[in-house]
Design a protein around this ligand. Structure first.
Ligand code: FES
Length: 326
């Protein structure tokens, strides 16, 4: 059950492999007048997984272009099926997408900007780097990757930023030290981050530890990244005999809604909290993958964002209570 979701038809115009396991897709909406969007925007793409419709959210790469929307998709072994579907598409394929939306508010009037990307998290950061470089802003991009050979858009970024691009390649023994980085930047710096959940947690702690105001750290994350592997788990519904299996390629939200247990949602990215439901019991472990709840709320395990969070084992939930009761 979603409030507003407007789908528009589009065509996959072209694909390009930009790094091992990372493919760029140029998607052209039928209505070409809607290609403008703010930096940090994403689109939802309707994908088909085992014959069932699902939605996946992808950040748009770079600033808006009349050529269409560019996304980059990393194919992972831990995929829930979205990347496998995207990689199966050939140019000319028809797609349904949503209009771009941005949750990464950029304040363009700061004296300093610090961009941090972890792996494929470079996708929303690329456009911010482009826009800031074009404006002549004081900006540095810290790009954490396993190796330079696996880093998407490295040459483009080097051309754009020169020595303001700092690559932290773990195979070179140069890991990103977020504590040291944030301690070294002046107060008032705006930091834009995109990376996996574990790295985001570290960034938030380091940012607060360095004495910066939390609102000055703006972030995007991937709903697919958690601390546990993506596995099948079970959900019991309180006061009923219903027990559902959540396969690795589907979300708890989708399974609950498909089985008639209406759960409201909006972003499906772990950001808005609308899909939060009460947890009554945990026989296993919850893997909170949202950015809506605080660390304290996650530790208490009283609620779970059904759109992105997962579990190991079996959890019992009550779908009647919603996030507005938090
Ligand atoms: S729908 Fe927004 S957090 Fe789940």
């Amino acid at each position: 059950m979603r409030f507003i979701e407007t789908w528009i038809p589009a065509t996959l115009a072209s694909t390009r492999d930009i790094a091992p396991g990372i493919r760029e897709f140029l998607i052209r909406p039928d209505q070409l007048d809607i290609t403008a969007y703010p930096v940090g925007s994403h689109i939802n793409v309707s994908v088909s997984i085992d014959g069932l419709p699902e939605t996946r959210s992808y950040s748009l790469v770079g600033e808006a272009s009349p050529a269409g929307f560019k996304i980059a998709v990393r194919r992972t072994d831990d995929s829930r099926g979205g990347s496998r579907y995207m990689w199966s598409l050939q140019p000319g394929a028809r797609l349904d997408i949503t209009q771009p939306a941005s949750l990464l508010a950029v304040d363009w009037a700061r004296d300093n900007y610090c961009l941090i990307a972890g792996g494929i998290g470079i996708t929303p950061i690329f456009g911010a780097a482009q826009a800031l470089a074009r404006r002549g802003a004081r900006v540095a991009l810290h790009y954490a990757v396993r190796s330079r050979g696996e880093a998407a858009y490295l040459d483009d970024l080097a051309t754009m930023l020169g020595d303001r691009l700092v690559v932290h390649a773990s195979d070179e023994g140069r890991r990103l030290d977020l504590d040291a980085l944030f301690a070294s930047i002046p107060t008032g710096t705006l930091a834009l981050f995109c990376g996996p959940m574990r790295m985001l947690d570290a960034a938030r702690h380091a940012w607060i530890g360095a004495g910066h105001p939390l609102p000055d750290l703006r972030y995007e994350t991937f709903g697919s990244s958690g601390t546990l592997p993506t596995e099948t788990f079970r959900v019991r519904l309180k006061d009923s005999n219903v027990e559902l299996e959540i396969p690795r390629e589907r979300s708890m939200l989708d399974v609950l809604n498909a089985s008639g247990h209406d759960v409201m949602y909006d972003c499906k990215r772990g950001e808005c909290g609308l899909c939060a439901i009460d947890v009554v019991a945990v026989d296993g472990e919850i893997d909170h993958r949202d950015v809506f709840f605080s660390d304290h709320q996650k530790q208490s395990n009283q609620k779970i964002c059904a759109c992105v969070s997962r579990a190991r084992g079996t959890i019992t939930v009550d779908t009647l209570l919603r996030a507005d009761a938090v």
